[in-house]
Ligand binder design. Structure first.
Ligand SMILES: Nc1nc2c(ncn2[C@@H]2O[C@H](COP(=O)(O)OP(=O)(O)O)[C@@H](O)[C@H]2O)c(=O)[nH]1
Ligand SMILES: [Mg+2]
Length: 244
């Protein structure tokens, strides 16, 4: 059997909504972190009403690997990620939050954790979380309930920093807010997953788009939805290929 070799080409997808002051510093960091890799940076501007789009277009002069896609109206983070993944030109995709809280220097760590059969490597912010106490507590509670109920072997699914296989992602059932359930969904389709400790930083500019209570209510509904999807999963083992 051929030994698994870590990908050398990568698409980085960053969903953003109203992150005008965060785009330039984060793109500079991604550029430095991925110097040794063939890569593209795909920003998906999700109906921002600040200068995010204009700043991204200006930055394209400086960064030829930067692509910019824009939704005419805001559709949310999951849909923005999906737009970026569909457009990605490489087989492996890393996602990052657009607010600078994830460190692009962690991307090579995620790549190094890939092995044969692994389709997703997720970041784990448990030891490094830089957020308000209310966010930290609600994250611990949400992650504990979710991992018990879905058995997804993942301590932190809310981390925006992830690496996954493009085809495997596009094969998953799609729904708004699915980005918080990727490990459970990948496992459901037969893939293996890993978690890797990553750093986490303060948000320097702008403000969070999510309210704690809204996120909790949506999360509870989605938890039951994903549990239902797990019950309806079938993994066929295909014996004959009639096309050969
Ligand atoms: N496309 C899109 N991205 C969003 C939306 N809300 C948040 N994001 C992105 O999701 C990431 C995390 O959002 P943030 O507001 O920092 O949430 P928090 O840090 O988890 O409280 C950032 O990259 C945001 O730009 C949205 O409505 N649409
Ligand atoms: Mg954030």
């Amino acid at each position: 059997m051929m030994k698994f070799s870590s990908p050398k080409e990568l698409s980085v997808v960053v969903p953003v909504r109203n992150e005008q002051d965060n785009v330039a510093p984060l793109i500079a960091e991604i550029d430095v972190a991925l110097k040794g890799f063939t890569h593209e940076i795909v920003y998906v501007n999700d109906g921002s009403n600040d200068q995010t789009h204009e700043r991204l277009k200006q930055l394209q002069a400086q960064y030829p690997q930067l692509r910019v896609l824009s939704h005419a109206h805001s559709c949310g983070q999951s849909t923005a990620v999906r737009t970026g993944v569909k457009a990605a030109k490489y087989d492996w995709v890393a996602t990052l939050d657009g607010d600078g809280q994830n460190d692009p220097a962690d991307i090579p760590k995620l790549l190094a954790a890939l092995e044969e059969g692994i389709l997703l490597v997720g970041g784990n912010r448990r030891q490094s979380r830089r957020d308000t106490w209310i966010k930290r507590i609600s994250s611990v509670v949400a992650n504990t309930v979710r991992s018990k109920m879905l058995r997804d072997d993942t301590p932190d699914t809310g981390c925006g920093l992830k690496l996954f296989n493009k085809a495997a992602f596009l094969d998953l059932p799609y729904f708004d807010h699915m980005h918080r359930f990727l490990p459970a969904l990948i496992k459901r389709s037969g893939g293996q997953i890993r978690s890797v400790h990553v750093s986490h930083r303060n948000r320097e500019f702008g403000k969070s788009n999510y309210g704690t209570l809204d996120r909790l209510m949506v999360g509870i509904v989605d938890l039951f939805g994903v549990a239902w999807l797990q019950r309806r999963a079938k993994l066929p083992i295909i014996l004959d290929d009639v096309t050969k």
